[in-house]
Design a protein around this ligand. Structure first.
Ligand code: ARG
Length: 464
């Protein structure tokens, strides 16, 4: 084997009689985005080389040379000194070519029993495993920050809404814990996706496996995979694990976006429930009085692109016959952008959760408007023996009267209240207070402050 075909900057071989145009080169190349996989590509190659040597497919001397060359390449990449060549199309060919420059024939032997098809699938899985672990860690940080916020305001009362109409009084701690639950399920989903990410495609080679006596389980063990992909065609071609990850990511962003929507509404001067620390807000170039909740607004907006990436990957996959097709090169940018958007967003939100200041007076004032304790009055009548539907009707009349008079239920006198039901007694005023209302919802998952505290303790234990 001589060097005569492998001219620098030319990826292909004697099979081709004319070079591709510059435009096609640029169109087909992925090196300017997939070089993000460099570290995992080297990691995968080293595991492969170790196995080849162990199986006697390459010599120990070649293995040592590959290790030496890869160490140097890693150093060059870390130092930003590695020269990425468009002519060499992708991260894999760039690194392999440099390896051959550095260690000669040993470098050319690395690709024995392997294809870029199983190589890239391995790289993506290694990369995603790391990304999932980061994201799970960030979800934990965010949940811890939200737990602190919930704990500080476990007793603060605000109106709970349905249809954006005042429904029943709730505690702010309880409201925040709803998001802690959502982000908890998001972490579960990520960890579940990780199980299917963490299987080794290497050994599938181009599509059918290889004629060399490889040991796939050995490579899997070296790289920390739980298992190997059991069908070579499937191993090189499907990206369902990436789609699953994007679906889980889209749900994270959906939850972030819902929370953002609330933060924006709550910070509006018309509502005034919270303030967000200045470092997450910006002003207006024209209106000097403005302080805008940019971070939650942007997060709400970025949810769109993450949802878009999910659709992009689903669409990418749906028309592909077995096995590998170049379409799959298009999986990377959506995936990388999903990871970047998610990690940045979660990091910022964990910090921002600690920059939210709550305005209990405004929340309380809002809860006092809108007949938030009407259900409590109905429940009170039911406990005195009235069937629920009748109680509902009696209270509807009472609310109607209050609307006409422009007052709250608690402002009516006992006599006025008794006009709606004889069953009402002096003890009614306890259930018409906001504190009485929330304290009465005293069961697992209810809004009572002591239930909020119990839920916080429960989740903290789970997180530690
Ligand atoms: N850059 C390619 C990708 O991202 C690597 C695999 C290429 N394989 C091939 N047969 N062209 O999918």
């Amino acid at each position: 084997m001589t060097d005569q075909f492998a001219k620098k900057g030319e990826a292909w071989s004697a099979r081709f009689s004319e070079p591709v145009s510059d435009l096609v080169k640029r169109y087909t190349a992925s090196v300017f985005f997939d070089n993000r996989l460099a570290q995992v590509d080297i990691q995968g190659s080293l595991a492969h080389a170790e196995m080849l040597a162990h199986q006697g497919i390459i010599s120990a001397a070649d293995h040592a040379e590959i290790q030496r060359g890869m160490a140097q390449i890693k150093g060059e990449i870390d130092a930003g000194k590695f020269e990425w060549l468009l002519d060499l199309e992708d991260v894999h060919l760039n690194i392999e070519k440099r390896l051959t420059e550095l260690v000669g024939d040993a470098g050319k032997r690395l690709h024995t029993g392997r294809s870029r098809n199983d190589q890239v699938a391995t790289d993506i899985r290694l990369y995603m495993r790391g990304a999932v672990d980061d994201i799970v860690g960030l979800l934990r940080e965010l949940r811890l920050a939200l737990l602190d916020l919930a704990e500080q305001h476990a007793d603060v009362i605000l109106p709970g809404f349905t249809h954006m109409q005042v429904a029943q009084p709730i505690t702010f701690g309880h409201h925040v814990l709803a998001y802690v639950e959502m982000f908890g399920r998001d972490a579960e989903r990520m960890l579940d996706a990780r199980k299917r990410i963490n299987r080794l495609p290497l050994g599938a080679a181009a599509l059918a496996g290889t004629t060399f006596p490889i040991d796939r389980l050995r490579v899997a063990k070296t790289l920390g995979f739980d298992d190997v992909c059991r069908n070579s065609l499937d191993a090189v071609s499907d990206r369902d694990f990436a789609i699953e990850f994007c679906a889980a990511a889209a749900l994270v962003m959906t939850h972030i976006s819902r929370m953002s929507e609330e933060l924006v509404i709550w910070m509006s001067p018309r509502v005034g429930f919270i303030d967000i620390a200045d470092r997450f807000c910006t002003g207006s170039s024209i209106m000097p009085q403005k302080k805008n909740p940019d971070v939650p607004e942007l997060a709400r907006g970025k949810t769109g692109r993450v949802n878009g990436h999910l659709i992009a990957l689903l669409t990418l996959m749906k028309g592909q016959p077995l096995a590998y097709n170049k379409d799959n090169q298009e999986d990377k940018e959506p995936l990388f952008d999903t990871v970047d958007t998610l990690t940045d967003t979660l990091r910022i939100f964990a910090d921002m959760a600690r920059g939210i200041s709550v305005k209990p007076d405004a929340m309380r004032a809002a809860a006092l408007q809108g007949y938030a304790t009407a259900t409590d009055l109905a429940d009170y009548l039911v406990k005195k023996g009235l069937p629920f539907r009748d109680a509902h009707e009696a209270v509807a009349h009472a609310v109607r009267t209050c609307v006409d008079k422009g007052c709250d239920l608690a402002d009516l006198s006992l006599d006025e209240l008794r006009a709606f039901s004889e069953l009402i007694g002096e003890d009614v005023f306890a259930v018409l207070t906001l504190e009485g209302s929330v304290a009465a919802r005293d069961h697992i998952g209810g809004t009572a402050p002591n239930q909020v505290r119990a839920a916080i303790a429960h989740i903290r234990k789970e997180l530690n």
